[in-house]
Design a protein around this ligand. Structure first.
Ligand SMILES: CC(=O)N[C@H]1[C@@H](OP(=O)(O)OP(=O)(O)OC[C@H]2O[C@@H](n3ccc(=O)[nH]c3=O)[C@H](O)[C@@H]2O)O[C@H](CO)[C@@H](O)[C@@H]1O
Ligand SMILES: C=C(OP(=O)(O)O)C(=O)O
Length: 416
């Protein structure tokens, strides 16, 4: 079993370039199945989830070539609309095949998707939306089958601005007859990136990035070339790691407006953050103050940075409160942080963190992606050695996190 071994106490210093976003690349790769010609997707991170998406596309019949950070998909030979259930189970993003396959072929068969276990994560908004667009949705034996001769534009209002449902329904509506209006939708930058990709292929979409999106149905998409946006969650993780170790790190190739809430919270803890075009520099200031965080859909503080932020707050002076308002069970890292000496009390979706002078290295286990990143940050902060197991979770979303941190001066090795 692979593990990270981290010896804490070394501030991170230097410059790092942020690669493309997993949560943008995955829906865009799924959307290529709707294109009538070859699509070239650039800036794709080398991650386990992307490998799974490539295998799904290949299993459907697409020709896929992956060289460095560029994936070329020829969707024309696709002949299957049945997504293999062993691949469905490996990540949440497998659900993104539902909208595009239904839109192009009028049918799709999927099983329930996997992904981080951070709550129940139902797919009811996706299914209800497909029904509203005119699809017949049948669920049996753990599979969902959607069929439709045609999809029809309609008004859909989400109960909660779900990122995945917004993306899936936006894709499904691209070939629907007439106009589809999606309301109370998510506004995450990854949704805007997906809309930009679809528009380059010939889709007609207005309002992505706002809470209401209009999709004017078209009959055909072409191929295109598209560069995926930088990963704001990886950027935020590195910023928090720099602050937590009292270092001085410059991030290149970022979009600072995607990180507004993260920058604000870091500044509240006394960290100096300097923004200059596509560069962010994080420099640990003199004070390390407590902060209260409430996660929320974009532009609020991202739930994906809740766990890394909690690691940072374990050793600031004073008491911090984190309220996780997006997922009902996203505190699995708490017990592991406590194992390292943190003082954290959880009441349902609220965590109260009382700052302690220092963490101490321990054997801990990641049970989800961002919780795993939090344990790595805690290891960098702690006295002595920390061994982090459960790397399969971390590798789903961070491209060689150990190498990236080692290049910034961290003492971290991957051991078998
Ligand atoms: C691949 C990807 O992009 N993953 C991101 C995406 O996940 P994902 O798209 O799964 O997250 P959602 O925005 O859909 O989930 C938000 C909330 O809505 C609920 N919900 C969602 C759909 C549904 O049909 N019914 C329902 O009740 C969820 O259980 C959750 O409580 O957005 C999350 C919220 O920013 C991020 O943490 C994930 O990193
Ligand atoms: C929760 C995440 O991923 P997924 O939705 O793929 O499980 C994440 O990226 O933090």
């Amino acid at each position: 079993m692979e593990a990270f071994e981290v010896t804490g106490g070394r501030p991170l210093y230097g410059t790092t370039k942020i690669y493309g976003a997993k949560n943008a690349a995955l829906p865009i790769l799924a959307a290529t199945v709707m294109a009538g010609d070859v699509c070239v997707i650039e800036g794709v991170p080398r991650l386990q989830d992307v490998r799974v998406m490539v295998r799904i596309l290949q299993s459907l019949g697409a020709q896929v070539e992956w060289i460095d950070d560029t994936i070329t998909v020829d969707p024309r030979p696709i002949h299957s609309t049945d997504v293999p259930s062993d691949l469905m189970r490996q990540m949440r993003s497998s659900i993104f095949l539902m909208g595009p396959l239904l839109a192009r072929f009028g049918e799709v068969r999927v099983s329930r998707p996997g992904g981080c276990v951070i709550g129940q994560r139902p797919i009811d908004y996706h299914l209800r939306g497909m029904r509203d667009l005119g699809a017949k949705v049948e669920e049996a034996h753990g599979y969902v089958r959607c069929t439709a001769n045609r999809l029809y534009g309609t008004h859909i209002s989400l109960d909660f601005p779900s990122v995945g449902a917004t993306e899936n329904l936006m894709m499904a509506a691209v070939f629907a007859d007439g106009v589809t209006v999606l309301e109370n939708v998510a506004r995450e930058p990854e949704i805007v990136d997906l809309a930009r990709f679809l528009e380059k292929c010939g889709a007609s979409i207005e309002g992505a990035g706002d809470d209401s999106i209009r999709i004017y149905g078209v009959h055909h998409l072409t191929g295109t070339t598209h560069q995926v946006i930088p990963d704001r969650i990886v950027a935020g993780t590195v910023m928090i790691a720099a602050a937590a170790t009292g270092g001085d790190v410059t991030l290149e190739g970022v979009i600072p407006s995607h990180l507004g809430a993260t920058i604000t919270k870091l500044k509240e803890t006394g960290v100096q953050v300097i923004v200059d075009r596509d560069i962010i520099r994080v420099n640990q200031g003199a004070s390390r103050l407590a902060a209260d965080i409430r996660t929320a859909p974009f532009p609020g503080f991202p739930t994906d940075l809740q766990a890394p932020a909690m690691a940072l707050l374990t050793t600031v002076s004073g008491t911090s409160v984190i309220r996780e308002s997006v997922f009902e069970a996203r505190f699995k890292h708490v017990n592991e942080l406590v194992r390292m000496g943190a003082d954290i009390a959880v009441d349902i979706q609220t965590a109260v963190i009382r700052g302690v002078p220092r963490l101490s290295g321990a054997l801990v286990e990641a049970s989800d992606l961002r919780g795993g990143a939090a344990l790595v940050i805690a290891g960098l902060m702690a006295e002595g050695k920390t061994r982090i197991e459960g790397l399969q979770h971390i590798d789903r979303g961070y491209q060689q996190l150990d190498t990236m941190l080692r290049d910034l001066g961290a003492d971290i090795v991957r051991i078998d």
